[in-house]
Design a protein around this ligand. Structure first.
Ligand SMILES: *Cc1c(COP(=O)(O)O)cnc(C)c1O
Length: 467
């Protein structure tokens, strides 16, 4: 099954770009935002973080990118472009078989970022972050990883750049996903389950919550402590930060070039949202057009009902980490003490959200919705059976959103173009697939009381009162 565009060209199953059509610059959507995302605050003084404040934690050029709300384009270093060419451009796929199985008049496209060994889009930011660390003459970097995709991507990027890589892996994942750990170790990283006895903050968290299975927030605190107390090390983060959304703009820029080639304009753009990096990257150039008043699109963020930052969170300043060693970010947050229920298998477990996306959502430029995990896995199964790709549970939130929009088109008879981000593959999530296949997967939606406990951990100071 194939379709024609208005110029009577056949729209291929996969729209590939050539290597020289790949972006040579990242796009910074903040440059086109009239109301900028709120700045990071120093937790001690509640004053905006300066470059000097951030230099002990992050690499210098990454700090510049983090703080720059004005420059619309940043050159992608030649070395980074070279490494991108080892696994990019990624295909933009027309989901002909999915459309047919749904019986929808909608046209569905997905940008597939799972075609590299780390299995997700995270390599797009790991490569430049490792590059800037090397350029600065550092020995190594530290980080946290939840499900393991970021740690895997970073260890791969560090092996390319000959940098040491220390990964703090959320304990529950360390135990449930031993294979991920071995991939990281093969690339040369050291992997420590978090919370651990190796850091002060880890010991403090273990004393307060004995037997905890960990959270991304704890692992971040540990990684930051090690980076700031070890000579020649800095901390790197795989999501949430402005710099990460900047790097991930390669997803949206490639998508836009591919769609423009065939004269296709998406009506709805959908992505899953954990910390917001893939969604922020996918929508960046399209959101830029919307902000400049050139085009209009609907943007939809999809999150798990068990970790509903956008749909039930508060738009306030909060810590990005449980140990409260990181700066304060203004974002939709469930409170830095919020830990999703352990039966939640589908990733996207972070309590907060990118400040850029939070501000865009706050301004009504983007929508958000949440789904329960069994419903998400039903979409994953349907997608695997029609399109063949075994999707990551995180990505499957976007699939659920796209399928639901396509079914609405079936009712209304509208021939909309739906674009979604397929961020990765699910080969390391087979325990979750097993639960789904065995019918033992359960759903958990936090009660208002559960959420209130998390909200109570949000710091209160003038201008940041819980209402
Ligand atoms: C990390 C991850 C996500 C969520 O992170 P964002 O920063 O929200 O993009 C989604 N999908 C996959 C496959 C991931 O590895």
């Amino acid at each position: 099954m194939t379709a024609m565009n208005e110029k009577n060209e056949m729209i291929p199953n996969k729209i590939y770009l050539s290597e020289d059509e790949m972006p040579k610059q990242y796009y910074n959507v903040r440059a086109d935002m009239k109301v900028k995302p709120a700045p990071l605050l120093n937790p001690g003084t509640h004053k905006p973080m300066t470059k000097e404040d951030l230099l002990p934690v992050f690499c210098s050029e990454l700090v510049d990118q983090e703080l720059d709300d004005e420059t619309p384009y940043f050159d992608i270093p030649e070395k980074v472009q070279e490494l991108y060419r080892t696994y990019r451009p990624s295909p933009l796929v027309r989901a002909y078989r999915l459309e047919e199985a749904l019986g929808t008049p909608a046209h569905i496209y997905y940008k597939f970022e799972g075609n590299n060994t780390s299995g997700s889009h995270k390599l797009n930011s790991a490569v430049p972050q490792a590059y800037y660390a090397k350029k600065q003459g550092l020995k190594g970097v530290t980080t946290e990883t939840g499900a393991g995709q970021w740690g895997t991507a970073l260890s791969m990027a560090c092996s390319f750049m000959d940098l040491d890589c220390k990964v703090f892996m959320v304990k529950v994942s360390y135990e449930q996903k031993p294979f991920r750990r071995e991939v990281m170790r093969t690339y040369g990283a050291s992997v420590t389950p978090s919370p651990s006895e190796t850091t002060e903050v880890g010991r403090r968290i273990l004393a307060a919550h004995p037997g905890t299975t960990g959270s991304l927030g704890c692992a971040i605190s540990e990684a930051v402590e090690v980076a700031t107390s070890s000579e020649g090390y800095r901390y790197v983060l795989g999501s949430v930060l402005n710099q990460v959304l900047l790097h991930q703009s390669v997803i949206g820029l490639e998508t836009k070039t591919a769609l423009d080639k065939y004269g296709i304009k998406p009506d709805i753009i959908i992505g899953c949202a954990g910390g917001g990096s893939n969604l922020g990257g996918l929508i960046a150039p399209f959101m830029g057009q919307k902000l400049r008043g050139e085009e209009d699109y609907r943007f939809i963020a999809v999150e798990p009902a068990s970790c509903p930052s956008f749909t039930r969170g508060k738009y306030m300043y909060d810590f990005c980490d449980t140990g409260m060693v990181c700066p304060l970010a203004k974002m939709y947050t469930l409170g830095h003490d919020f830990i999703p229920s352990p039966n939640h298998a589908g990733g996207l477990r972070f309590h907060g959200m990118s400040s850029i996306l939070s501000e865009l959502y706050h301004q009504g430029l983007m929508e958000a919705r949440s789904y329960e995990q069994t419903n998400v896995f039903k979409a994953a199964e349907f997608f695997a059976r029609t399109e063949g790709i075994l999707p990551a549970p995180e990505s499957s939130h976007a699939i659920r959103g796209a399928i639901d929009e396509a079914l609405k088109c079936k009712e209304s008879g509208e021939e909309k173009n739906i674009l979604f981000g397929l961020t990765g593959t699910g080969y390391f999530d087979l325990v979750a697939y097993q639960q789904f296949n065995d019918g033992t997967m359960t759903d958990y939606i936090p009660t208002d009381e559960d959420l209130a406990a998390g909200f109570a951990s949000i710091p209160q100071f003038p201008g940041n009162e819980l209402r």
